[in-house]
Design a binder for this molecule. Structure first.
Ligand code: ADP
Length: 549
């Protein structure tokens, strides 16, 4: 499995586990309330335990997310609707300073210190509102529209942010962070549950990531913004940690559009400025603090420019690669069409020459007959060339049927096929140990067949020996012979289509395409082929393949 797929499946597993933990915890709290272990929250208890309504909505939220994962849309929408309705009702109680009687609708709460016993904190209502909205967005509409995805991710971040703010607030005794100024405050357990819920929803949306946008989830930069801002305002003195926004700018590398990095640099700069105003005054001179921030801005924008340049260079390269692939494909298509269409008239030409030869033999003199025979031979040769061209273009088309193959089995097959030729030439094939190769077996057979045929054909040694094996130094397979060898100046040229070094002998049907086919097949396997040889000293052909196990 590719790494991205593994990350995605573990993200989904995390979401599932986190939702289950929230559901179980919420269920335990609800049971404690129902069994009367919690009847109200005193000062100590309220720091730890959620209110009944909060626990109930946490349970429904987790259930909604689990239903979403199990693709039970209606049940998920039902849970989300209850969560939103309760959150909205509680929020309106805060906004209009009234009581709708929902705070103790399910469970009597005898908390004494609270203005409205049983009422969940305002920050919890926001978090539930956002959770409900995420669940609705996940379960309504179809397709993965970008705006929907961004809304889901930002709302999930809000849930997580409200949770972590309350959690840190509780630890650091910053009351506003967990109460939002109300007497109803978020407990530690609720804060943890929101962190889990938020991250669970974010992990779940990872699976819906639109590959057109980025290779990392859109929420990663958002989370970075939040964490760095938090770090910035929690560090005392005039020190800025704005430099920590640099990873945010680097996120641009994983986004498809090169300009995104500038958006991140702008976000980092604004947040860094924001951090300056939020920070408690320090005893460091103002000019030092400001200089510090300006250095941050400069660093952020410098990195943004570098990332942008890198992305643009990458985009250009991809563009040229695509163009090259397209023009190669077009060339293959052209060769296919041209050779296919040429075959028909060629056949006609050959047939007419044959008719002439048979039906008008008595009317032609010897020179006429000789010329007609030559015409037929040339037609046949041209047909062979056209067929080769057609085959060459076919090699570039169609998918490869990749499988793990033992080269030894391929060579044994070829040996069997060439038995007669090998015997005639007194040739022997030595097979050295070789690793398995991931390739298209029929095409790899063609590679070895061509190389072995040539090794036998271009060999005037009384005892031709062909050795096939694996060269660890080059990381390549090799086919070595003790034949006539090839002069250095032709080492590249022999791979050109229709290029032959030796004049055609009687009965030789070679057209000078064998090595061109071999090269094309090897290149389609993301490998390369080359020859080491000198005239009279045999030749060794080496080739690599992109994948080998
Ligand atoms: P063909 O064998 O039909 O001529 P190839 O493309 O297979 O076409 O080979 C191109 C040329 O390279 C051959 O004509 C020959 O001159 C040379 N050649 C190929 N293999 C060998 C070899 N093992 N030893 C010497 N010359 C070779």
């Amino acid at each position: 499995m590719e790494p991205v797929a593994i990350t995605r499946s573990s993200a989904k597993s995390y979401a599932f586990i986190a939702a289950n933990i929230v559901a179980c915890f919420a269920l335990v709290i609800l049971t404690l309330w129902i069994l009367g272990y919690i009847t109200g929250l005193d000062d100590k208890k309220e720091a730890i335990f959620p209110k009944f309504n909060t626990a109930l909505l946490l349970f429904l939220s987790a259930l909604g997310l689990l239903f979403t994962m199990l693709k039970k849309r209606r049940a998920a929408i039902g849970s989300a609707a209850i969560v939103i309705a309760m959150a909205f009702a509680t929020l309106s109680q805060y906004m209009f300073s009234t009581s709708l009687g929902i705070d103790q609708i399910f469970m009597r709460d005898i908390s004494s210190f609270q203005l409205n016993p049983g009422r969940m904190s305002p920050n919890a209502t926001f978090a539930f509102g956002a959770t409900g909205a995420v669940l609705l967005l996940l379960n309504t509409g179809s397709g993965v529209e970008l705006l929907r995805l961004i809304a889901i991710e930002l709302l999930s971040i809000i849930v997580f942010a409200l949770g972590i703010a309350a959690f840190i607030g509780r630890l650091e005794h910053v009351e506003f962070a967990y109460s939002f100024g109300s007497t109803a405050r978020m407990s530690i357990i609720t804060a943890c549950m929101f962190m889990l819920l938020g991250t669970a929803m974010l992990s779940f949306t990872w699976n819906r990531q639109n590959a057109e946008v980025a290779r990392i989830p859109v929420w990663v930069p958002a989370l970075l913004c939040f964490l760095v801002l938090l770090l910035d305002i929690s560090i005392p003195y005039g020190i800025t940690v704005g430099i920590c926004y640099i990873p945010l700018v680097f996120c641009g590398l994983w986004f498809n559009r090169p300009h995104v990095t500038f958006v991140f640099a702008a976000a980092g700069s604004i947040l860094s400025l924001f951090g300056y105003y939020l920070k408690p005054p320090s005893d460091v001179a103002e000019w030092i603090v400001l200089t510090n921030r300006f250095i941050t801005f400069a660093a952020l924008w410098l990195v943004a420019i570098l990332v942008f340049m890198q992305k643009r260079a990458q985009a250009n390269l991809t563009h040229y690669n695509e163009k090259l692939m397209r023009s190669n494909q077009e060339l293959d298509d052209f060769a296919y069409i041209a050779s296919h269409d040429l075959k028909e008239p060629l056949r006609g030409l050959y047939n007419h020459a044959s008719f002439l030869h048979e039906d008008y033999a008595d009317k032609l003199d010897a020179e006429g007959k000789r010329r007609l025979e030559r015409l037929s031979k040339l037609c046949q040769r041209m047909e062979r060339l056209v067929n080769d061209l057609l085959y060459f273009s076919r090699l570039g088309r169609g998918e490869l049927a990749i499988q793990r193959t033992e080269p030894k089995s391929i060579i044994e097959e070829i040996k069997l096929m060439m038995e007669v030729t090998l015997k005639e030439k007194n040739a022997s094939i030595i097979i050295q140990p070789m690793p398995a190769v991931v390739c298209d077996k029929p095409r790899m057979t063609e590679v070895f067949r061509n190389l072995i045929t040539n090794a036998v054909k271009y060999n005037n040694n009384p005892l031709p020996i062909i050795e096939i094996g694996w060269n660890a130094e080059h990381g390549a397979f090799y086919v070595k012979d003790n034949g006539i060898g090839i002069d250095k100046e032709f080492h590249t040229e022999i791979f050109r289509i229709f290029k032959r070094l030796n004049p055609s002998e009687e009965g030789d049907t070679g057209t000078g395409v064998g090595l061109t086919f071999v090269k094309k097949i090897i290149e389609r396997h993301k490998g390369r082929i080359w020859v080491e040889s000198s005239l009279g000293n045999g030749a060794t052909f080496y080739f690599t393949t992109g994948e080998r196990t």
